[in-house]
Each structure stands twice: as C-alpha cells, then as structure tokens.
Ligand binder design. Structure first.
Ligand SMILES: Nc1nc2c(ncn2[C@@H]2O[C@H](COP(=O)(O)OP(=O)(O)OP(=O)(O)O)[C@@H](O)[C@H]2O)c(=O)[nH]1
Ligand SMILES: [Zn+2]
Length: 353
C-alpha cells in the first residue's frame, strides 16, 4: 500500500487523477489546487455529479453547510470553471472577490470516499480540497487505483521509521555533535536528530522537538521566533554538555511550506496565524507528535526535560509514551515583527509567555 500511496501523492501533485475504490463504489479524485481546465472539462463530460470536497474549516468561511461533519461536498455547478473551483479551494482572493456562493452542499449518500480523498490531498501537502466524481470508472490502467479503506488506515497509522545513518558533526556549541537521520517507510519526509555529547539514557535528557521553519531557521525571518529558538536550544545543550534536538520536517506546523506561505499572504490581509490556517481549511496545528516520540524512543530516551513554551506539545509527547519531567522555557527572539504572532499563540494556542 505504501508504494501506491507514494505514487498517488505524486500523481495528485502533478494534477493527475487517482481512483479510490470501496465496496461497490469507485471515485475519481483530483486535487483542486493542481487541476487544470482540460482535466476539469474531461471530468464534466463524464457521467455523474462531481463535487468539490472541502474541509469544515473552509466551509465555515464560505458559509457552506458541512453536512458531513468534518467536511462539505460542494456541488459543482454545471458551468463551473477552473477559476470557480480554485476560488473555493484557495482563500487568496476571498476578500477581493467575496461572491462565491451560495454554495450548495450534498447531504445524501456516504462521504467516506470523499473523506479519504481529503486526507490524501492533505498528505500530499496540497490544499485540503479535492474534486471527486463517484462513478463506475472504466478500468483505466494508466491511473493509480487504491483501496480507500487501506488508504485511510495507512494514513492514520504512523509509518515505521528507520535510522539510516549517523555521523559526527562538530558544531560551534559543541564539538561533540552527531547527526542522525530517520527515514519513514511510506516515502514521507525524513527527520533528523542532533545529539550533543553522550546523554545518559537513565536520566531525563534536555530535549527540543523543533519543527522545520525554512523562513525562520534558514533565512532568519523576523515573522517568527524559530531561528533564535533553534540556536538557543543548541546553545543550552552545548553549555550543559548533553542534549538532543529533533529537527522534524513538519514545516508550517505540518501544512508544508507552500501552504505556510499562503497563510503568510493571508496574514498580510489582516488575519492572524490561527485564522489564516482555518481559512485555508487546516486546523491550527497539523503536526503528528508520534514521530518525535518514536525517534526519542528509538534513541533510547524515555524521559525528557523539554525546551518549549507550548503545553500542548508536552501533553502530546506524554500521550505517546515519553515522560516530561520538566518544562524548560525557551524565550528568545521576540521582536517588532513577531510580537503579534507570539501574542496570538499565547491567546489562542495556549503557549506560555
Ligand atoms: N501554519 C503556520 N505555521 C507557522 C507560522 N509561523 C511559524 N510556523 C511554523 O510553526 C512551527 C513552529 O511552531 P510554533 O507554533 O512556533 O512553536 P511550537 O513548536 O508549537 O512551540 P515551542 O516549542 O514553544 O516553540 C514551524 O514548523 C514553523 O514553520 C504561521 O504563521 N503559520
Ligand atoms: Zn518559524
């Protein structure tokens, strides 16, 4: 299944449809974001009623009824154009072109295949919006076909990961640095661990679960505090002579860099970091903390002194079997450009000031 999933993700990212199958039903699935006019026209020429599936978060902004709970199946009007589809999927022009509706949501029949379709496009780091057509598809051998139930189980399960390599990496904070790389079996992102010194596995280790932030970590963006947090955490580990920093490739709190930049564009329209994620159709935090817990366990750590200001992170990793004996605050890098961002995280996401 994982090889098929990886292929399906690649197809969706290129705008190629995939087929989801369940007992008695078949669905043609496309990502709304990568759809093009030719493919849309071809879909409209097929028999059946295509819908645009969006998350309940996105439906809320568009005042569409999410009859299916966590998602809404928006009926595609017969004359729907590519601009219409992308305008519903992508909030970029919500303010400049507010007249998208009224949107009609489908309420009859099962939404199971549609739910799997959304999970699939999300796992491909695309916008959570998918054009879905239920039909008796001719058996087109060119299309990737997946069993819907197997897809949803595989996406919920945490993919096993394997450490592929470790090597010495002298750093300014400590010459006794090592970098370890983990690779998941499902073709997803690799994750890294920076180990400083040789931490004693029998006592809680000074640890940081750092989420990738290309803009902050690499470019030194002033919009967040990630760069100073990354360097501050490593510096403290160097001072103490031991520690472990996980560098988790969960950019943008798990939505990917392209979607994070969409969120930044919305923030420039006046929405805060949480509202921007919701308008895009995401939850405010889409990270999977099982990954960090699994890596710590694999390295032989069962308890940590966690460098964080985020109590939810503590709860999440404790829920996945790592004991947090102490929260070590990590207050660095506040400035003019990120003050409002940090205040929003404190107010809405429970971060500690
Ligand atoms: N979606 C989204 N992600 C962001 C935004 N700003 C930073 N990020 C990402 O957020 C992640 C860091 O999460 P934060 O919420 O800053 O902090 P945290 O990891 O929850 O908590 P700490 O341990 O206290 O740092 C990184 O993956 C960043 O890329 C934003 O405005 N929108
Ligand atoms: Zn950042």
């Amino acid at each position: 299944m994982t090889d098929l999933l990886a292929r399906a993700r690649a197809d969706l990212r290129m705008g190629v449809p995939v087929v989801l199958e369940a007992s008695g039903q078949t669905a043609l699935v496309l990502s709304a974001e990568t759809l093009n006019a030719t493919r849309l026209k071809a879909l409209q020429d097929l028999e059946g009623m295509p819908v645009l599936v969006i998350s309940a978060r996105r439906a809320e902004t568009l005042k569409a009824r999410p009859y299916d709970g966590d998602l809404a199946r928006i009926v595609l009007p017969e004359e729907a154009t590519l601009d219409w589809v992308q305008g519903v999927a992508d909030p970029a022009d919500d303010l400049s072109m507010p007249m998208k509706g009224p949107l009609l949501s489908e309420r009859s029949g099962s939404a199971d295949l549609h739910r799997t379709a959304i999970a699939l496009v999300k796992s491909a780091r695309l916008l959570p919006a998918s054009v879905v057509l239920l039909s008796d598809m001719p058996n087109d051998p060119a299309l990737t076909r997946l069993d819907a139930e197997a897809v949803s189980i595989t996406l919920q399960d945490q993919s096993p990961m394997h450490r592929v390599v470790s090597a010495r990496l002298p750093l300014p904070v400590s010459e006794a640095g090592r970098l370890h790389i983990w690779r998941p079996e499902d073709g997803g992102e690799e994750h890294y661990a920076v180990e400083i010194g040789t931490p004693d596995r029998d006592i809680p280790v000074l640890a940081r679960l750092h989420s990738a932030c290309f803009t902050g970590d690499l470019l030194g963006s002033l919009k967040c505090d990630c760069g100073p947090q990354l360097r501050g955490a490593l510096a403290q580990m160097g001072t103490e002579g031991a520690g472990v920093l996980l560098y988790l490739n969960q950019e943008g709190r798990g939505i990917g860099l392209a979607n994070k930049m969409r969120a930044y564009a919305l923030q420039d329209q006046g929405f805060d970091t949480v509202e921007a994620n919701h308008r895009l159709g995401f939850e405010d935090d889409e990270r999977d903390f099982r990954i960090g817990a699994a890596i710590l366990r694999d390295m032989g750590f069962s308890s940590v002194r966690l460098l964080t200001n985020n109590p939810a992170k503590i709860d999440m990793i404790q829920a996945h079997g790592i004991e947090v004996t102490e929260r070590v605050p990590l207050k660095v890098g506040e400035g003019e450009h990120n003050r409002a961002y940090l205040a929003t995280k404190a107010k809405k996401s429970g971060h500690l000031l």
